[in-house]
Design a binder for this molecule. Sequence first.
Ligand code: XMP
Length: 504
Amino acid sequence: MSVVVLDFGSQYTQLIARRLRELRAFSLLLPGTAPWEEIAAHRPQAIVLSGSPFSATSPDAPRPDPRVLTSGLPLLGICYGMHVLALAHGGEVVPGRSHEYGRAFLSHRGDGVLAGLPQPLEVWMSHGDAVADAPPGWEVLGSTPECPIAALASPDGRTVGLQFHPEVTHTPRGSEVLAAFLDRAGVSRTWTPENVAEGLVDEVRSRALGSRVLLAASGGVDSSVLALLLVRAGVDHAALFVDSGLLREGEREEVEGALRALGVSLHVVEAADRFLRALRGIRDPEEKRRAIGATFIEVFRERAVALGPFRFLAQGTLYPDVIESGGVAGSATIKSHHNVGGLPADLGFELLEPLRLLFKDEVREVGRVLGLPEGIRLRHPFPGPGLAVRVLGEVTPEALALLRRVDREFVSALREEGLYGKVWQALAVLLPVRTVGVTGDGRRYGHVVALRAVTSLDGMTADWARLPPEFLDRVASRITRRVPEVTRVVYDITGKPPATIEWE
Ligand code: XMP
């Protein structure tokens, strides 16, 4: 049972799926033009048609399979999706009539999916086309000054068109609109973390019980949750944790302690020297990644062979990875960039990817159900190449040690002031330049570190975090006091795009 979200290319499509899941409805994304057979295979109880950069009146616009429109299932069309519904039922859509973008106020009748909501309702608009004539028999539920037909319902009220975007936070009551649609559509709301965890344990058990499974544990939440799933499923496994010497302070000890205590069969491979040797003399970021990737595979392969044989390799592929790689139709390949922790195809493993339909926040929730300690469950993402992409220029033991101390001060300060959980990721970067500073005893030529903290939903886009200036002030003095080799601390105020989250 699911709600299928047909993706016509709106920047908000993933958000629709996330919001529906927050409402405990299991949503899946499929390409807008997916054939009916593929949609039906997911046993949808309702279908959402997303927005799109296309105009529904254009002959080149992507169209849903006509059987979507005649399926009898409740449909929700958002923006472009609404226009598709209106056209299909004999309404009229006029291109470029309105260029409404941003906040708008919807006057509405207070019924259908808008029952009980404030009058007028604050909504977020982003469109050029508009419905000029509703299909015969359909009801206009609401309008804005710019857009006379901004919400529509079919005669039985189960199919709905919205010109505004209920999925974005700028429509503050948008989730209630979506919830009302789900209720009227009779969609089951069983997607709870407990049910999801149980389903994952069952899936792992039915696929892998009786076989041996190898897992690359990184200390991050995804691979830790995977490891716990294997434990709960009673599957014979080995979790390999490669200590590359590029980790943050105390990370290895924390991961070792936590996972072993939960019954994970953890094998730590001490490989710092090999990684440092492989990185010697390299300054180019991509070359660093390649050197680290190659070393990781070498080390992993040796140990896997020694501990083997294994039938499965468990990987923490997440839904955004599946969507990103164009695999929404079912095939899961991972972006190589995000897979430095990942693996030699020629080892001949079958892949076990139980998290492939989950968003990161859902993995964290499953982690909570499985008893993963908060320190790991709520940990910020950390790149496979570790601190090597945060020491700009050549990676040396001295530079790593210095960066580790700075990182410790920054992260501890964030935690102490209750800010750690408010950002997606926070990091310190050691720059390859020196700068003049002055202390009591005179001028010094010291290091510069950059601090970066970002907010994000999935790491694909990000905004720099507006940490309070007083906090930044305290953290800069703390770092320069406790790490006196640093004479200057700067804060990165660039979004992604155009910058990336990491500096290399
Ligand atoms: P960027 O820097 O591309 O990062 O904006 C997006 C997210 O991915 C992480 N990241 C990596 N993860 N291997 C990884 O496993 C990598 O080479 C890598 N580079 C970036 C980054 O920390 C952020 O969460």
